[in-house]
Design a protein around this ligand. Sequence first.
Ligand code: ZN
Length: 435
Amino acid sequence: MFAHLRRLAVLLAVLAFLPTSPAHAAPPELPDRIAAAWKKDPLYIDEGLRVAFPKAELDRIRAAAKTVDFPVYIALVPRTPEFREDQVDLVTLLYARIGKPALYTVWSVSDDYWAGSSKLTRPAGLKGRELVGVQLDDKQDNDLVKDRPAPGIARTVQQAATAYDGRPLPQIPASDLQPPRKRREGPSVTDQEDKAAFTGMGIGGGIGFLLTLILTLLHRRSTARRRDGIRPRSATAKATAKARAKAAAAAKARGEAPSTVSAVQDQADRWLTKAGRSVKSLEARKNKSSEQLDRRDDAVRRLDAARTLREAKADDLLTTAGALVLARQAHQAATATKVQPPCFFDPTHPSGTHQATWSDDTDVPACRNCARTVERGGTPRGLRVPGRSGLLGLDRSEVPYWTLDPEDSPLVASGFGALTDDLPERVERAFGGVR
Ligand SMILES: [Zn+2]
């Protein structure tokens, strides 16, 4: 899973450097293009991918789709900015356009890394398991190779079949799995020292340096780089203290109160209660449409993950803020409003309804205030958490959460779901055993 997260970070890095769309006459929107193509052929390949696509891979994808009794719609697309805009809702938008009970699965590629999102809809009245539930239970799912799409698509079709009629999941052929890796037992002393250096240097260099560092963290993080490229420097200690004092004064001047755990706990508990109620009232409706059933499934999935987080580490700011985000999204899903990503900078802010272009053209969802700060060239204060270890040893001064090691927390790695909308799955993987 760590390797998985790291690859995701690499993927995010690549996204940051993709060129923006050319400004010629607007072609049909991505969901329309795919839906129109699907009416002729349920396997859509984006034009840009078609030429180089190996025929054997394509044959295998078609064969996989034929192994089940329900229709399978597959799209293969590059991760362009247009894709990113539609990403969260794409399978839902596509289902709305096709309107047939089926498996809808969209696979996108960037830098040889394939990732998919899928939706299974059943004929009205037919019951079965949630696809996402089957995927979560599928321990091998994370170990699939990601440099070509057929293994992931074949597996998704099998998972959907299991969700559909309860048949057991077959074994994954060894050729579809990544070579076994050594799993880390816990951070070594060297790792901890390196992390201290990371955190310390970030603050020491001031905000500009911090940004570079965050991007490095998100984008090019690797053990080799940590070991070889960055070493503690005692000279930074003085600058660190100075920069910290400056940042604290600036925050005070802006009138920002630090997020205390208890305030976030209250907020999270309010949303948990609210979401619990709205999910119940959706459940209580008779003759639910398949769209309502899907919303219920989505809300339940988010609410379960929110409860898992709230119970996992009751006094931890990260998990509590994660519970808040997921409970709010569960409420949004259950009440037919659009499920919004959180503000990347601080998940306890209002939802991330704006896009903020933050350093090197990295777009992140942000609340209105944070989006404005970014627009003015600033970096929002962000959700602050105690640094894991300062250069001064006893120092527990607070750092923006995104400077923490993404490998240590699914909340950091996904920006509380602002960067990737798969937080419930990540949470169940990381904390699911706790309940
Ligand atoms: Zn914000």
